[in-house]
Design a protein around this ligand. Structure first.
Ligand code: DGP
Ligand code: NA
Ligand code: NA
Length: 210
């Protein structure tokens, strides 16, 4: 299979997982593979800390500011909304987006604080729906061992365990679960295949919304 010949729209491919699940490295590896295949692709991540909303989120995650749980939830959602128009134009223009975290992080992390799941989903309704969600599945204990956490607000094992439970309740037909405890190379190989198939299958399909 060749991911290079993209005549139609780009695919929206999201990677999800706990902190230290290996998402960010795998996103980078997948992106360079796709680019090497001649595929037009970009790497995105949420939260996008570069916007003014993103800076508020970043200060909150660094424990430099305190914000009400629902307020923070809506900021994360707003941070995705402020990128929606650009996301749509990139995808329609034929660029595939490899996105490190999306709405599922929004729901899993806020629900882990005890917020109602349906309430958590509501503000993201109308964002572009991914063509593929790859969940990098690692045990919270294993993730914590990987070089330790960086000290941001959510990087605590008990909290990550609750996040994992909520992630598992969100799986739908667009999700593929990849065992993130396998070697980097094995995971990388699985992601290449999933992404290549997704890019080909997405070309003729219209974009849909969450
Ligand atoms: P990252 O930059 O991927 O390490 O993400 C920063 C942290 O923010 C990480 O612990 C996951 C969490 N996070 C990401 N997206 C959301 C979201 O939409 N809502 C909440 N509450 N947390 C999120
Ligand atoms: Na993190
Ligand atoms: Na990350």
């Amino acid at each position: 299979a060749n991911a290079g010949s993209n005549s139609g729209r780009g695919a929206l491919i999201v990677l999800e997982g706990l902190d230290r699940s290996g998402k960010s490295s795998q996103c980078a590896r997948l992106l360079s593979y796709l680019e090497g295949q001649g595929c037009r692709a970009e790497g995105w991540r949420f939260p996008d800390r570069g916007t003014s909303v993103g800076q508020m989120i970043s200060a909150y995650l660094a424990n430099e500011s305190q914000l009400d749980d629902r307020t923070v939830h809506l900021l994360f959602s707003a941070n995705r909304w402020e990128k929606r128009a650009l996301m749509e134009s990139k995808l329609l223009g034929g660029t595939t987006l490899i996105v490190d975290r999306y709405s599922y992080s929004g729901v899993a992390f806020s629900a882990a604080k005890g917020l109602d799941i349906e309430w958590c989903k509501a503000p993201d309704v109308g964002l572009i729906a991914p063509d593929l969600v790859i969940y990098l599945d690692v045990q919270p204990e294993k993730a914590a061992e990987r070089g330790g956490y960086g000290g941001e607000r959510y990087e605590k094992i008990e909290f990550q365990k609750r996040v994992a439970e909520h992630y598992h309740s969100l799986h739908d037909s667009t999700w593929k679960i990849v065992d993130g405890s396998l070697s980097m190379e094995t995971v990388e190989e699985q992601l290449r295949e999933l992404a290549t198939n997704c890019i080909q299958e997405s070309q003729g399909k219209p974009l849909t919304n969450l």
